[in-house]
Design a protein around this ligand. Structure first.
Ligand SMILES: CC(=O)N[C@@H]([C@@H](O)[C@H](O)[C@H](O)CO)[C@@H](O)CC(=O)C(=O)O
Length: 308
């Protein structure tokens, strides 16, 4: 897939649909692609990331999912970014070569998080070994310290990164440290990079400091509302943009208090889209019936500015 457009705007961190017995449910991807485009106005996806349970899948499953998204997204989606990070360097390299071979429009890599890099040079060395396996594919660093425990500041990581990784194209920044994020944007203003924010409930703050877009789980089912927030911000109509952020925040605040993670995201997506996302894979367990009832009631109670 040769991207015609720069990576901008919303990117859905895709969920991995599974059958009730826990196999990946590939036939659902076609419907999923159409749903994202027609109902959520989202035309970029990030496959096999956190929301996609990428690190809980085996290599074969990850390849099959990547292929299906690229194939079903052909001439429909703008970007299919495949997350190829793994704890094992050879596995990550194999996934990178595979993503290149199938025509993914980008690859992303998370920091290894069992044996962790202890400094910037160790992390770059790992990222470089993966990126070099796909020398014609844009490369994104996936920063998610709340899950990896790797807290190397991105601002420092990016210093000189282009010399080591010529395909470096940007960062998916899933952390609340907006000072670090702002410094990345500020220091690389002149380069054609994409700084994508990954804490959906704080996206408006990230837009204010120059985020080029966002990757997140909620854009699967709140993509249309979040796109209206982006439009309001661009106008600029900050009062309206805030309304959307407060309302999506109100929903997330509610479900986070109930206990919210990938399993619950799967349940909410099934509820909203009607597409069966199935159960999560252990150690995650299904969302409770009580959670689903309460989440639905909360979503139904929200009065959005565009439905006035
Ligand atoms: C920790 C986590 O899962 N963060 C999500 C957010 O989209 C998150 O679900 C959202 O902000 C709600 O808290 C994304 O940053 C993860 C993501 O993009 C991915 O699945 O690759």
């Amino acid at each position: 897939m040769t991207p015609r457009k720069k990576l901008r705007g919303l990117v859905a961190a895709t969920i991995t649909p599974m059958t009730p017995d826990g196999q990946i449910n590939l036939p659902v991807i076609r419907q999923y692609v159409d749903y994202l485009i027609s109902k959520q106005n989202v035309k970029n996806v990030f496959v096999n990331g956190t929301t996609g349970e990428g690190l809980s899948l085996n290599i074969q499953e990850r390849k099959q999912l990547a292929e299906e998204w690229v194939c079903q997204g052909k001439d429909k989606l703008d970007h299919v970014i495949v997350h190829v990070g793994a704890l094992s360097l050879p596995e990550s390299q194999e996934l990178a070569r595979h993503a290149a071979a199938i025509g993914a429009s980008g690859i992303a890599v998370i920091a290894p998080f069992l044996f962790k890099p202890t400094n910037k040079d160790e992390l770059i060395a790992f990222l470089q070994k993966v990126a070099s396996e796909a020398p014609a594919v844009p490369f994104y660093y996936y920063h998610i310290p709340p899950l990896t425990g790797v807290k190397i500041r991105v601002e420092e990581l990016l210093d000189g990164i282009k010399e080591r990784i010529p395909t470096f194209q940007g960062v998916k920044f899933s952390d609340r440290d907006l000072l670090d994020f702002a410094q990345c944007i500020h220091k690389h203003e002149r380069e054609q990079l994409a700084f994508l924010y990954g804490v959906d409930e704080q996206l408006l703050s990230a837009l204010a400091i120059g985020a080029h877009g966002a990757v997140g789980s909620t854009y699967n089912y709140l993509g249309r509302k979040t796109n209206l927030m982006l439009e309001a911000f661009a106008k600029p109509d900050l009062a309206l943009a805030r309304k959307y952020q407060f309302l999506t925040g109100d929903f997330l605040n509610f479900v986070i208090k109930l206990g919210f993670g990938v399993a619950q995201t799967k349940a909410v997506m099934t509820l909203v889209s009607g597409i069966p996302m199935g159960p999560p894979r252990l150690p995650l367990v299904d969302a409770s019936e009580e959670f689903i009832v309460k989440a639905k009631a909360k979503l139904d109670s929200i009065v959005w500015p565009d439905s006035d």
